[in-house]
Design a protein around this ligand. Structure first.
Ligand code: FES
Length: 107
């Protein structure tokens, strides 16, 4: 299992355990983590799964997927250099302990 911590905009932290291969978005939805909507189911068509990768995990989480940048332009909250679509971050054992921060709003 891979542990992922979601830090809400107000600072509240929730840590869940997910299966390797699941996305950060799927892990949030299956554990009822508030703040990730994932409207398109991971098809990179909505940007309601926007998150900010914690500074410590910026390299480990990998680069944005092709097309991710364009979709992020539609995100409801500010987009920064650490913005990712959480449906495009696939969990793997080396991401155990990953921390992502959630934006103020997704819609
Ligand atoms: S769930 Fe729609 S872009 Fe990630």
């Amino acid at each position: 299992m891979v542990k992922v911590t979601y830090v809400a905009h107000d600072g509240a932290r929730v840590t869940v355990e997910a299966e390797p291969g699941e996305s950060v978005m799927q892990a949030a939805l299956s554990n009822d983590v508030e703040g990730i909507i994932g409207e398109c189911g991971g098809a990179m068509m909505c940007a309601t799964c926007h998150c900010y990768v914690d500074e410590a995990w910026e390299v480990g989480a990998g680069a944005r997927a092709e097309g991710e940048e364009d979709m992020l332009e539609g995100a409801a909250s500010e987009v920064t250099g650490r913005s990712r679509l959480s449906c495009q971050i696939k969990l793997a054992p080396e991401l155990d302990g990953l921390v992502v921060h959630l934006p103020e709003e997704q819609l």
